[in-house]
Design a protein around this ligand. Sequence first.
Ligand SMILES: [Zn+2]
Length: 331
Amino acid sequence: MEIRTASRPHCPICSKPGSLLYKDLEDYLFNAPGKWNLKQCANPECGLCWLDPVTIESDLQYLYKNYYTHAENHSHLGFQAKARSFLLSCYEFAKLMPSSVLGLTQARRQILHMFLEDLPTGQVLDVGCGSGEFLHRMHQLGWSVTGVDFGGAAIANAKAKYGFELLHSDLIGAHFQDNSFDAITMHHVIEHVPEPVALLSEAKRVLKPGGRLVVTTPNIQSVGHSLFQDCWRGLEPPRHLQIFSLNSLGNCARQAFFKKVEMKSSAANADAVIGASFGIRQAREQRTHSRAAYEINMLRALRCCIIQYREALLLRKGLNCGEEAVLICHK
Ligand SMILES: [Zn+2]
């Protein structure tokens, strides 16, 4: 089918024009149709990247037809694959000590709890709650949990598995009352929405005074982007409508009138992002949509690990080059 698009010549955050960064990108991850161009904001204080043209809002649903439906079923693995899986498990074990020294163990824990561990428990809303795993984790810590997601199947599965009251909706369509939540989390959501400032404004409305919003999203200034360029996993055309720099993410929050806006980046999931970027590069070189391109062998796992450690070291030196940008702000 033909996906309908509209031109988007100006930066959705600062309204400045942009210049072409990548042309004719294709979706090697989930096989959505079309070729896509990415622009980068000419304003050095912003640095946002965005799709131009971009899919019109009513057609966005068609970009998710094959989304995360290719998950491997490990129960049918053959001997060779089982041996490889065992070796990779040993390798993960061997990484525990260096990960701890480099701060990656702590970084993973922070992402797993979306930087809420220092707050007293209360009411948390997860926007784009997907499988509900994060809310389950927070519920076990004593939080009251609410979730919204526009994926009907994901919501049904999460409800059946955990018994939570989850809504099949986007945030704005859920019509929560003013000042409802102590914390709101958005893990890899803001890059998918056509109007990111409107999303954060609605989050501010439904947060309690003093409440915390935490947003994670791919960081266009990451090591992975500089290494893999147009094959970097974080671009994910055409579902990622914009990819943020730390500055543009902070500006987005300020436009939604948040206070105490803090931005940082994390290398917690760099190994996974880099692994998928290797896969996209291989898929493009071989002109294939086979999942085989994304398989992790020992050599690829080692290369991912080296890049992740390098990234963690650069973060410790104060560079904001982690694969994920993190925004923490308060109402
Ligand atoms: Zn801009």
